[in-house]
Design a protein around this ligand. Structure first.
Ligand code: ADP
Length: 400
């Protein structure tokens, strides 16, 4: 076993994903998920290397985040990893303009993350809860925050500035921040390795398609534009989120008597695949229903794949040349029909599918799935690994 293990914690508003990971190899010797926090059926499940999955319900009363961290501490102690555990790495959703890299956490950093809760009300308070619980449980270990937004801090001003009154930026910090940064960072580096190029010379468009979805243009290894914005609601159509829409619709609905909460709820939780299909937010369910002739599912599939292709092609203008388009995330890594349809929609750019490669790329196996002689570029599927980025950055930033 290696001597640098990192406990990676990814706290959501009602969940906590965790992994105990070798920071060099990325191998997880323990991983699990706490969910339904705040509800009667709050629970935590985990899997240790070579053992069956286990699950326990969390007691009611008090913070479920703290209870879950308590169980994780016990699990880690029972594994007897001792001094091999060198750091705790926290995924933090919003780092605002303050955090352009991962950061060693102290009280002032916790306060800064908390102060950014205004920008990510569902996520940052949960991240702070996770950090506080871990600081209490592991007081002698360094804790490092790895931000979803940090990778995008290299975007030029023209890409992050909204076409609105500049006062909204100076007064409230309203601008494009972008999310999924650790994923776009990871797959762009992996693509450079596949292409045998230096990351500083690599230009890609990274397409992360999961429940949340975003496109990122990476020029010479740096993010220069991305489709999520001030919040993770912007850009592509997603599982339950609308992505970009005419802001006039919000005014219209408010005038029709909708409450602010109803509008928020509809755009965040009842749109995307779920809203268009009227059936499900899950891409697998959409594909199955479409095969059975469900019209709503077919429309959801068409809107989704059309929009993904439209974003990819518009992001081409940020680059002087393109080395690769990368598909990642649950849908990008697994869904042959969705990738196939996106590629069809990109035919004007000369992309020709490699059917064997496309059919083989699934369940954690990546590969080359198309190429364009016109652009001298390939399309790759690369499984993402955000936990690995968090673990390796936790070790790197612990040393600073
Ligand atoms: P999150 O954004 O929550 O991390 P994931 O990256 O795990 O989500 O992606 C979840 C999405 O991936 C779901 O829509 C799911 O249906 C889809 N997905 C997973 N496996 C497949 C598959 N074999 N075929 C099509 N879609 C899949």
């Amino acid at each position: 076993m290696s001597n640098s293990l990192v406990l990676v914690l990814n706290a959501g508003s009602s969940s906590l994903k965790f992994a105990l990971m070798d920071a060099q190899s990325g191998e997880a010797i323990l991983s699990g998920l706490g969910e339904c926090f705040g509800l009667d059926d709050a629970r935590i499940s985990w899997k240790r290397e070579g053992q069956d999955k286990q699950e326990v319900m969390l007691e009611q009363g008090g913070s479920h985040h703290e209870k879950a961290v308590g169980i994780i501490v016990e699990l880690v102690e029972n594994m007897d990893v001792g001094s091999q555990l060198v750091a705790i790495g926290h995924r933090v959703v919003h780092g605002g303009e303050k955090f352009a890299t991962a950061t060693l956490i102290d009280e002032s950093v916790v306060a800064e993350i908390d102060a950014l809760s205004d920008l990510a009300p569902l996520h940052n308070p949960a991240n702070v809860m996770g950090i506080r619980a871990a600081m209490k449980a592991f007081p002698s270990l360094p804790q490092v925050a790895v931000f979803d937004t940090a990778f995008h801090q290299t975007m030029p001003q023209k890409a992050f500035t909204g076409a609105i009154s500049n006062e909204l930026y100076t007064e409230y910090g309203i601008r494009r921040y972008g999310f999924h940064g650790t994923s776009h960072y990871f797959v762009s580096r992996e693509a450079a390795k596949v292409l045998d190029k230096k990351i500083e010379d690599t230009n890609v468009i990274s397409v992360h398609l999961g429940n949340g979805a975003s496109v990122c243009a990476v020029r010479n290894g740096e993010s220069v534009d991305t489709s999520m914005g001030f919040t993770p609601l912007a850009g592509l159509m997603m599982g339950t989120r609308s992505g970009d829409l005419d802001p006039g619709i919000i005014e219209f609905l408010l005038k029709k008597g909708w409450s602010q909460e109803q509008v928020f709820d509809t755009l965040n939780k009842k749109s995307g695949f779920l809203g268009v299909s009227g059936l499900t937010s899950d891409a697998r369910g959409i594909l199955e229903a479409m095969d059975n002739g469900h019209e709503g599912a077919k429309l959801a599939f068409e809107v989704f794949t059309y929009r993904v292709a439209k974003f990819i092609s518009s992001y081409m203008i940020t680059l002087d040349s393109l080395d690769a388009i990368i598909f990642t995330g649950g849908i990008g890594e697994n869904s042959l029909p969705i990738r196939r349809e996106v590629l069809k929609n990109l035919r004007i750019l000369g992309f020709v599918e490699d059917e064997t490669g496309n059919e083989a790329a699934r369940f954690g196996k990546g590969g080359m799935i198309a190429k364009s002689d016109l652009l001298d570029a390939v399309v790759l599927v690369i499984p993402t690994n955000e936990e690995f980025v968090i673990a390796s950055q936790a070790v790197e930033f612990t040393k600073q």
